[in-house]
Design a protein around this ligand. Structure first.
Ligand code: FNR
Length: 190
């Protein structure tokens, strides 16, 4: 069956470089035959995770929507900014909410056995690479298979064209290939 991939960025910023980046990888995945859903976390605002809040009110509707989206997709394409050498609070908070079980549900249903490709973009010289180290570790620990290929795009302020593509055609192709690579693995697993 056709692999289903959820693509999202760890930034809510409207002009986010990481949103642009993940959309390029998503296009590569689509071209390779995947069904891709793009999710903007700005459209799913979540409260900061709080166990008391969850105990009193249950999972917020947006957290359920996020978790259900993850459950219905086998692959994740994630581009996250690096904040203070790690992943963003927005991304960690989304992961934390989605990691919470529904009543009588197996642990980590949104994550266990899923396959992810990660990438980052930053104005800095390292492109957010230190954040990817953390993201890979977090996802691996919640049983997501994170594929070895990843790309950090540096100097993001001058990397993109107005239409959202990358100015460097080789870099554009390599990001598309990240999406293609994830799709090919998912076809093999199916
Ligand atoms: C940053 N930024 C940043 N960049 C980086 O390469 N390494 C870092 O450690 C940090 N730390 C950091 C902390 C905080 C609180 C902010 C707000 C920003 C800069 C960051 O890469 C930049 O704002 C990007 O544009 C964010 O990605 P989006 O939103 O464009 O996808």
């Amino acid at each position: 069956s056709t692999p289903k991939i959820l693509a999202f960025a760890g930034s809510t910023r409207i002009d986010s470089y990481n949103k642009k980046l993940v959309k390029i990888a998503a296009a590569g995945a689509k071209a390779a035959g995947a069904e891709v859903t793009y999710l903007d976390l700005r459209d799913l605002p979540l409260p900061l995770y709080d166990e008391d809040l969850e105990a009193q009110e249950g999972m917020p509707a947006n957290a359920r929507t996020l978790k259900d989206l993850m459950i219905s997709h086998q692959g994740f394409l994630i581009a996250s900014p690096e904040y203070n050498s790690s992943i963003t609070a927005v991304l960690k908070n989304a992961i934390d909410w989605a990691s919470r079980p529904y009543p009588n549900e197996a642990p980590l249903t949104a994550f266990a056995g899923k396959v992810a490709t990660i990438m980052s973009a930053s104005p800095g010289g390292f492109g957010g690479l230190r954040g990817l180290v953390h993201l890979r570790s977090i996802l691996g620990n919640i049983k997501v298979l994170v594929l070895p290929d990843q790309i950090a795009v540096s100097k993001a302020y001058e990397a993109f064209n107005a239409d959202g593509t990358l100015k460097d055609p080789k870099q554009q192709e390599s990001i598309e290939k990240l999406g293609e690579g994830l799709t090919k693995i998912l076809f093999k697993l199916n």
